[in-house]
Design a binder for this molecule. Sequence first.
Ligand code: GLY
Length: 570
Amino acid sequence: MKRWLVLCLICAGCAATEPIGFDGSTEHVYDRGAVAADHPLASEAGARMLRAGGNAVDAAVAASFCLSVVDPFSCGIGGGGFMVVWDPRTREAWALNYRETAPASMRPDTFATHEDPLASRYGALSVGVPGNVAGLLEALERWGTLDRATVLAPAIEHAADGFEVNAAYLSAVDWVRSVRARHARLQPMSQWVWDHLCGGGTIAVGDIVRQPGQAEVLRRIARSGAAAFYEGPVAEAIVDTIAAHGGDMSLDDLRGYAPVTAAALRSPLVFDRFTLLSMPPPSSGGIAMQQMLRMIDHRLGEVTDPSLDNPRWVHLVTETMKHAFADRATHLADGTFQPVPVERLLSRPYVVGRADAIDLDRTGRPADYGSTAPPPSDSGTSHLSVVDTDGMAVACTETINLSFGSLLAVPAYGIVLNDELDDFTARPGEANAFGLVQSSGNAPEAGKRPLSSMSPTIVLEEGRVRLVAGASGGPRIITGTMQVILNCLLLEMTPARAVAAARFHHQWLPDTLQFEERWTDHSLIESMEGRGHVVGRRRDVGVVQVVEVLPDGRKRAASDPRKGGRPAGH
Ligand code: GLY
């Protein structure tokens, strides 16, 4: 193992984290505020801001910068994200879009005509202009109360002093190993990530990872703001790295990056009491989540005793997934480039009509879902949820797309660059890395943001925050988040149990209902097959972090055991 150079790996024994069991028996309850991230150090970074008198946005920004360091395979300053913010003083709900953007050189056929079918998935061409730094600093300026140096301090400390590798980190290293073994031509491009973040493949749980280059960038951002990233030596190093590996991102692309703030999507009342606050496009999750929950609401009366061992319940939820993903494939894209029929897809007649079309005894053909026939032949993400003592809430999901993003990093500064452009319809008629079929409206274009499944969601109950939830996991973000929300709101599970419970996933195409391997109720699976579902298995359906506000104002939080996270609070 290399224990020198930019990254130092030092054996340090086992990770000191206390894993939360899949039995969901460990509850984390806090009197004032709570942060649930997918890494214990990120939750703690956020809780430190709350203890210092900061609000939910200060906590989210600190936790997110920390994730850039301790989850460099999931998200970070080389990536982008979405944030939904609820401000209880003004009763406003905001959607902050800091998704990566296609550089000016991008054309609709850039990937379709490229000789390498992996060009959208790995390496320099797959990189979108990163949005994280601009987005987080915009959030801090608009809604935060603490200064940049304070919120960046935990991330800088962990980058400079190091942190312990956990099991989730190791699985991401295994992913890099398998990609490099399968595609030897990617090895030169991904060498820095392999040597410096994967220890040349010898890294083990408990080893210490230090990132002095990223510590330096974070210090500059603390001192000088977003310009320290989007202009000057850091921007030049990003452009040079991308150019050296055959990509084309310019200094103007970086200088011109701007996050977009809009009103969050608000649903009508669901289950008589709840309002969903979620992201508009280019998130597909906000629309999908609202459609699915409202369809379930419409047919709920026909399911006696909803529960995870009731086949009628699992079938109903699955059928709503199929409708929502059919619409995702057909209609959704960056709304600033392509008209997206948000109003129609969320109109009551449409949602009720689709819900009424569900046969509770039998699944249908792909063409029966959404509002049109299938188109002609045409996990590096992280979520954190925060609620502070005043009821301000943040749901924040960030991504660099696949594990370790494009596998290309900026050597001088240790910035892992995203491969978000694979979320476009890179090659018409071909599914992306997540097996998602998407429309031509989501074709790559200069300045456009690719469609996303990220679904940061806040649920209000009678005007107060009840739940903050979201997930990582590609399309499983949408279905995983929805199931945890349903588990909490309808199946009356605590957050720890709601998150730990086994999950299922259907994304319309491929036409397969996938159950997590930990789903042990074989008779339910047989019932699903009896209804015509083709059943498959997969390891995980998303990684969900949730905070629930109890009636007495205390916060109950859960980080998903699937990634070894742990919440923190005060
Ligand atoms: N990169 C995953 C997503 O945004 O859906």
